[in-house]
Design a protein around this ligand. Sequence first.
Ligand SMILES: [Zn+2]
Length: 249
Amino acid sequence: MTIGQGEFRGGERGTARISGVTFGVRTAIYSRVGGMAIFEGDIALGLVDEFEQQLAEAREQAVAGDVASAVGISGSRFRWPGGLVPFTVDPALPNPERVRDAIAHWEQNTRIRFTERDPAEHVNFVRFMDAGGCWSFIGLQDSGAQTLSLGPGCSVGNAIHEIGHAVGLWHEQSREDRDMFVRIDFANIQTGQEHNFDQHITDGDDLGGYDYGSIMHYPRTAFSANGRPTIVPVDPAATIGQRAALSAG
Ligand SMILES: [Zn+2]
């Protein structure tokens, strides 16, 4: 089905992997118009059949699995030297055992290590405190203390997720290749919250294959205005948005 005319034609959606001179492989949403993949109304990318074949191959590679799956912030300045994260726990933090449990989980499942901050040795550190809600900066900020907030309502799973941010991970569905794996339904997103579904293309690096089971993935109804899904996995059997544990990836 083709809708519109002239410079502004649309049709059934597809996803293409394209590569260019100033960027590596990226994905683009196109419209199927008479067997051609049309981008932004009037730009031909190529034949739909070719893109669908490429996409099937890319999905197979992702399912075959990699050691690590994530989207990490670009740039070595955001890395914790030696994979060691110094931290403090604010004395007023409710249920501080959440921090111990989340750190133990990261240490049991990854090579990242955590150590109580020694002021003589560690300039930069994560400060676990209740600053309202669950949130964190992405990666090392080089700002001395960097807050990681765990309000009273944040679970151990939320703490594991926020530590993921502190060590440099964006949300899984913000990967550059996400349009091959999930469909973002902008019609169901709360007005003004669309930016939460931005991708990290210039400031993030896709690592490994897409991981529906990542603790860094949003759930189906994140920022929903009406209870209907804002994120629909292409794989109908996929479960997204768990906040229990790090996935294998
Ligand atoms: Zn998050």
